[in-house]
Write a protein that binds this ligand. Sequence first.
Ligand code: LLP
Length: 443
Amino acid sequence: MQISTNQSISPVTTEINKEGNLSIGGCDLVGLAKKYETPLYVLDETTLRSICKDYKEAFSPYKNVNMMYASKALCTIATSAILAEEGFGFDVVSAGEIYTVYNAGVDMKKVLFNGNNKSVSEINLALELGVGRFSVDNFLELALLNELAKSKNKIAEILLRITPGIECHTHEYIQTGHLDSKFGFDLTQIDDAVSLILDEYSNLKLKGLHAHIGSQIFETKVYHDEIEILVKELARLDEKFGLQLDEINIGGGLGVKYTDKDCPPSTYEIAGIIIESLNNSVKKYGIDFPTLFIEPGRSIISTSGVTLYTIGSSKQVPNGKKYFAIDGGMADNARPSMYQAEYTASVANKPDAEISQCVTIAGRFCESGDVLIQNIKLPNLEEGDILCVYNTGAYNYSMASNYNRVQKPAMVLVNNSQSDIIIERETLDDLISHDRIPDRLKK
Ligand code: LLP
C-alpha cells in the first residue's frame, strides 16, 4: 500500500545540513530561531502540498469528491491560500474562520459552515459572503437560518448534521459521532427535521447528510459503518419523502503519527475503504452515487508543522526526574495538558549527538501540568539549545492562548530555502490593545 505524508513524524524536507543542524524546507532551524526568536511555529509548504497531492490521488477513483479542509486545525490567510490553490474547499466553524478564508480570496461557494450553536451574526455573515453550504446541527438553527435567509431573500443550501451512533477509539473528548454527543440530530430526529424543511422552511434547500465520528482515528472500519448509515438514511428519506438527496459529508478524523507508537493508515488506505464502502452501500440500497464531501483537518496540516523552543533552566529532582524548561508550553500547545497527547522532538543544533539521557520537557507556564513531553530520550542539553518538536501544525496555534499574558509565537512558512512570516509574533502592545480602563480608575 502506498504510504502518505500523514504517516511521517517529521516534515518531508527534514534533513541535517552541512553545518550539522536540522533543516526544514532548506532553512536551517537554528538560523530561523535566531532570526525570528523562539517559540516559533515553522510550517513546511512542501509537506503541506504533498499531503494535498496524496488526498487528491487517493480519492481520484471516485468521481464526485469535494475536499473541504477543516480550518479549525489551523486557519491562517496564507495556509488558506495554499489549500485553495490545491483545490480544497473549507469547513469553517466561526465568523473568524469565515473572515480568514474570505480574506485569502477563497471561492465562498466552496465553504461549508459547521457548528452546534452558530450565532445570528455568524449566520448573517455567512449568508452575506455567499457561503456554499450550511451543515445544520439542530432544530433552533433550522428555524433561525430559514428566517435569516428569508430576510435576505436567499435560499440556504444545507446538509443535516446527524449523530450516527458510532464509537471510535480515540480520546473521549475528541469523539463526536457516538449517541451521547452534543453534535447533530439523533437518527430518530431526522424525519421531524426533514418534515419541517419540506413543509415550513421554504428558504432552506436540503442537499444531503453530514456526520463526523471523531478525530485522530486509526481504525478504518468506522468509516465503513458511517457510510453505510449515511447511505441507508438517504435511501430511507427517498422512500419516505420522495427526496433524492445527493450529497454525503463524512467529516474528517484521519490520524497522524506523533510518535513511533502511532500507526495511522495512509490516505490511500482510507480512501480505498471509503470508496469501496460507498460502492457497496449504494448498490445495497439502490441509490445513485452521491457527491462525497470529506473534511480532513489534522491529517492535512499537522505533519508540515514543527515548533522551535529554546532550552532554559533545568532541575534534577533528587532521585527523580530531570526537567528541562523551554520558553513555551501549554499556551502554544495545549494538547499534552488537555488530552495527554504525546510528542517527539530533536535538538536542532545537534541532531546527530549521542542520546545520553531521559528527560522531561517542561513548559514555562505557571502550572505543574504544563509539561510538554514526559520521558524523552535526548542528547546532553544545555541552556540555549534549540528544541524542535514535531507534528505541531494542527491544533497548536489554533488552540493557543495568552495564558500568563504571554504573547503568541510567530509562524513562518518555509520553502526552497526561503522563510516568510505568515503570523507575526504578538507584541506586548498587542496584549493590552483590548484593555480599557474606566475613567474613575485612571491616575
Ligand atoms: N469536521 C468536523 C465536523 C469536525 O468537528 C472536525 C474536528 C473535523 C472535521 C476535522 O477533524 P480532523 O480531521 O482534524 O480530525 N482539538 C482536538 C481535535 C478536535 C477536533 C474537532 N473536530 C485535538 O487537538 O486533538
